[in-house]
Design a protein around this ligand. Structure first.
Ligand SMILES: [Zn+2]
Length: 427
């Protein structure tokens, strides 16, 4: 700590100067400015550096150590954080900085707006002291007692036969899908399991390009249930949910299998081509057409008959792929293909090949991620690695009766996430 008592001139100023330079390092840029403009302010800024005394600002103010400048509010927040020591383990990051980020949302959830910060902090302490530790498939999780009871039901149903890769219980943080509010994980009323291979996926609503691509490759549309209705998280029995989760897991496995290697990818593409058209060759002929078409971007329009000079044009590979999958023969009306079908199929096949290419990076194949995976990450790692039995044991209304967000109706599907259908009372 600095002494604030005035020291004999020379020494004091030299030490200040050295600190000022290393901490702010203004000299080069400032000098350049000064040289060009003769700027008076810059000249005065440099005063203490050059001539020693007579700074135009109060250096003592600038160099006072932090605790001497701290305002009372900061001190109060630090004291709160100290008081919350038993709760630190539940914060996504156990740091004062992180506490400052989530503080308002957390204290407001515990009634700070009505009853004040102090009462809210006491409630936070009481609430998190009520959480319990429970074992689930090899993991120990801190959760609300209501959730612990559900996990015990699910565990009894499963035995210990479905070991997980990862599992998270209470974790104070913002909601990934709605960063303005705290996540349900903050209150120990939700768990995430096997996140990296059962990720939180965006843009997977009914009719989305992503859902259509997955459906075309796997025969399973993750945005709809087995009967074709928009999927939802309404309660369903253990057996019904088991069937649903098995269907989705099959889709996920088929997706991974298709993108595992070039051969499997071309085979999947040929399957789609044969289902929709009448390809005039096998995988060997399809492969080069497919990858060439994948490189073409921008709008194009299918032309059933090749005009002269068809080797030109920025859509020539897509036209060639179209004619391979949908060959035409003059006079044979069964070979008149609906142009929308041709165009949509060629676009889909090109997307498949592009997605496959994107699974390769400079460091090998693309790694999985738990949040907002790309098409390539989804394709290579699938979207549901949680065993269907675990989904059903946790989510079946006659089992754990948790809400599984892998079946959300909107664009987001959070396959790792299970939560209490009603959030517990916080205080
Ligand atoms: Zn979650």
């Amino acid at each position: 700590m600095h002494s604030r008592a005035p020291a004999p001139g020379g020494d004091r100023d030299r030490s200040r100067t050295a600190q000022g330079r290393s901490a702010r390092a203004p000299a080069a840029g400032v000098l350049r400015l000064q040289g060009r403009a003769g700027n008076q302010v810059v000249a005065r800024l440099l005063d203490p550096v050059r001539r020693g005394p007579r700074p135009f600002f109060d250096e003592d103010q600038l160099w006072a150590p932090p605790e001497e400048r701290q305002d009372p509010r900061e001190a109060r927040i630090e004291a709160e954080w100290e008081k919350l020591r038993p709760v630190h383990r539940f914060f996504a990051e156990a740091t004062l900085d992180f506490y400052k980020q989530v503080r308002t949302a957390l204290l407001n959830a515990f009634g700070a707006q009505r009853d004040g910060d102090e009462a809210a902090v006491d409630r936070v302490l009481a609430y998190y002291r009520s959480l319990v530790r429970v074992g689930f498939q090899g993991f120990q999780l801190w959760v609300h007692p209501d959730l612990a009871a559900r996990l015990e039901i699910a565990e009894r149903r499963l035995g210990a036969s479905y070991p997980l890769q990862s599992a998270y219980g209470a974790n104070i943080r913002f909601n990934t899908n709605n960063p303005a509010v705290l996540s349900d994980h903050s209150y120990g009323s939700a768990i995430d399991i096997d996140g990296s291979t059962s990720p939180n996926v965006k843009n997977l609503g009914p009719g989305s390009e992503r859902a259509r691509m997955i459906a075309a490759i796997t025969g399973v549309d993750p945005s709809r249930d087995a009967s074709g209705r928009t999927i939802d998280t309404d309660p369903r029995s253990h057996d019904a949910l088991l069937a649903e989760a098995r269907r989705l897991a099959l889709g996920s496995d088929r997706l991974r299998a298709a993108f595992a290697g070039e051969e499997s990818l071309v085979r999947a593409a040929l399957g789609i081509a044969a289902q929709r058209g009448a390809p005039s060759g096998g995988a060997e002929e399809l492969s080069p057409l497919l990858f060439a078409a994948a490189e073409e971007r921008g709008r194009w329009r299918y032309r059933p008959v090749a005009p002269t000079g068809a080797t030109e044009g920025r859509d020539r590979h897509r036209q060639a792929l179209a004619r391979f999958v949908f060959p035409t023969e003059l006079g044979d009306q069964s070979r008149d293909w609906p142009p929308e079908l041709v165009q949509a199929t060629v676009d889909l096949l090109a997307l498949l090949a592009r997605t496959f290419r994107a699974t390769f990076t400079a460091h090998g194949r693309v790694a999985p991620t738990a949040r907002s995976p790309s098409d390539a990450q989804l394709a290579l790692h699938g979207f549901l690695s949680v065993a269907p039995e675990v989904v059903a044991a946790l989510g079946g209304s006659d089992a754990g009766d948790l809400r599984w967000l892998g079946a959300m109706s909107g664009g987001t599907k959070d396959y790792m996430h299970f939560e209490l259908r009603e959030r517990p009372k916080l205080y």
